[in-house]
Structures are given as C-alpha cells and as structure tokens.
Design a protein around this ligand. Sequence first.
Ligand code: AHG
Ligand code: MN
Ligand code: MN
Ligand code: MN
Length: 333
Amino acid sequence: MSRRTTLTQYLIEQQREHNNIPGDLRLLIEVVARACKAIAHHVSKGALGDVLGTAGSENIQGEVQKKLDVLSNEILLEANEWGGNLAAMASEELEEIHPIPNRYPKGEYLLLFDPLDGSSNIDVNVSIGTIFSVLRCPDGEHPTEQSFLQEGTKQVAAGYAVYGPQTVLVLTTGNGVQSFTLDRELGSWVLTTRNMTIPADTHEYAINASNARHWYPPVTRYVGELLAGKDGPRGADFNMRWTASMVADVNRILVRGGIFMYPADKRDPSRPGRLRLLYEANPMSFIVEQAGGAATTGTTRILDVKPQHLHERVAVFLGSKNEVERVTGYHAP
Ligand code: AHG
Ligand code: MN
Ligand code: MN
Ligand code: MN
C-alpha cells in the first residue's frame, strides 16, 4: 500500500521543508481540524441526534440560529480555549470577541470562524461546512476587537471543512492549497489532493439569480452575457450552479473551476453584499488566491480591504482568474 500522508505529517513536513508552520500554529490547526471532525459527527446524526431545526435565538446579524450553528460554535470554542496557542477568538455567532479565559495559558494567534456555513441547508441534507481564518495577535495577551481588524493579506492560515458526501478539509498556510479527506475508520485526515489549482478559464458560474432584479448594471451585464450563450458576446454556453453553502460552491470551484458571486445590490445601498469579510470572504479569498484564482469586491482585491468592524459584510467575486478579472473590469468607472 502506498504511504498515506495525514494532516499531522503534512504540517510537520511543511515545517521541516519551508519553516512556515511553527509548532504552536500546527497544534492550533490540528485542534481546529479535530473540532471539525466532532462537528462532522454531529452533522451526520441528522434526525437521530438533536441537531435539526432552530435554536430559538438570533445572532448579531439578525439571522435565526439553527441548533447546529450554536452547537458547532460551542464545539469550536471549547476545543480551542485550552490549547494555549490563542489570544482570542471571534465567530459569526458571537457579537463580541471571545478572549481566552484566564484559567488557560494564552498564545499569539487569533482564530476567526463561521462555525456552520450554509445553515439553510442543514435540515434538507445538502452540504454544509465550517470556515476559519488565523491571524497573529498584534496586542499580546490583551486582544480587543481592534486586534482582529487586519487585512486578509495578514492571515497565516485559512481553511474550510465541507460536510458533504465526503468530509473534506481544505487548508492553506500560504504555500498552496491542500485537500484532506476524513478517513472515518482511522479518524484521521488524509491528504488526498496536493496543490489544488483553479483553472483560469471556466464555463460555470454561481450566483443567487433570484436577486437579479436588484443587481447593479455591471453584474446584470456580466450575467446577461453568460446567459446569452454561444450566440451572445461570449460565444460559449455557460452552466449555472448555486448551492447556497459557500463552502460547497467554493469547493466545487477549487475542484473544477468556476466563478462565485455574491454582489452588493440595490435593496440596501448601505449593505455591501451578504457575506462577512473576516470569517467568510477573507479565508476563502486566501485559499482561492493560493490556488491561482482571484477574489475581488468588484473594485478591489478582497485581501486588501481594511476591516472596520468584526461582522462587516463585503461583495464577493471569486474563482477562475479570467472571469473574476472580466467582471471586475465591468465595475471600472
Ligand atoms: P451562513 O449559513 O454561515 O449564515 O452563510 C450563508 C451564506 C453562504 O454560505 C451562502 O453562499 C449564502 O449565504 C447563501 O445566500 P442565499 O440564501 O441568499 O442564497
Ligand atoms: Mn448565519
Ligand atoms: Mn457562512
Ligand atoms: Mn454560519
């Protein structure tokens, strides 16, 4: 049997060869990966566990929390509190940052996460996931919300898990993107795709087209040209997919290419899109760029956006480079 590389082996080899994953960062990534395993376990129970339906509460974004949003958040907080590698955490499901309690040692990193992405898909048994981002804490052992407001270029690691037909963990530490598949018998993450790359060209796009009447002209023009197919200006037919779980849509793009869009629209000019910069757009953009793709807000590179608030939203265009550049070009004044 050919030797299988586990997540632990991969991280240690990276440290030996490239010196880019210090021991404390490796342990932190492994703890997050272990928490994702626990979440995967609960997800797979479905109606047999107490994991479907709503929790009867709302998060700071005004979304009704599902039981699994709350449970996944608790699993990630608990798993990462005591390890000694973090100064604080932040989550989609918590209004404020979560400093490491005084009873535990503190470390030099900040962890941000979307504990359960694609909440609307939980009860209908469609792929969902977890997204995370790791930053260095610039303020030692006394982090504030301000400590988290760093550009995406400052991320030292980012990843996501998809709880789908297979459970996968996709990770970057700034040296390419690797995909690991959960081996449930062994309980370990096995490296199954090295150096994922997104083709620069694609004939597949993802957007929630039910919002078409609210779009701004650049998005209307771009999607209109795709819809026109081979008789239109693009001279080719394009296929559409929309999962309503960013993890599943981005994972498809990493596997076979595509462009994902969640634009700002006319409904609320004060709201720049739906997705959250710090724990959805930034980690996904880091991964996509590391795989050779591109990610913009329509006007700027997402990783260069200077965050103003923990839960701020941002418009997202990401995936195959030539398509992201084209739609970004359509936004130019
Ligand atoms: P979350 O479940 O973490 O709140 O995120 C849902 C996000 C994202 O996963 C997805 O791309 C998008 O919301 C779906 O939005 P629509 O319901 O507007 O399609
Ligand atoms: Mn949500
Ligand atoms: Mn999400
Ligand atoms: Mn979520």
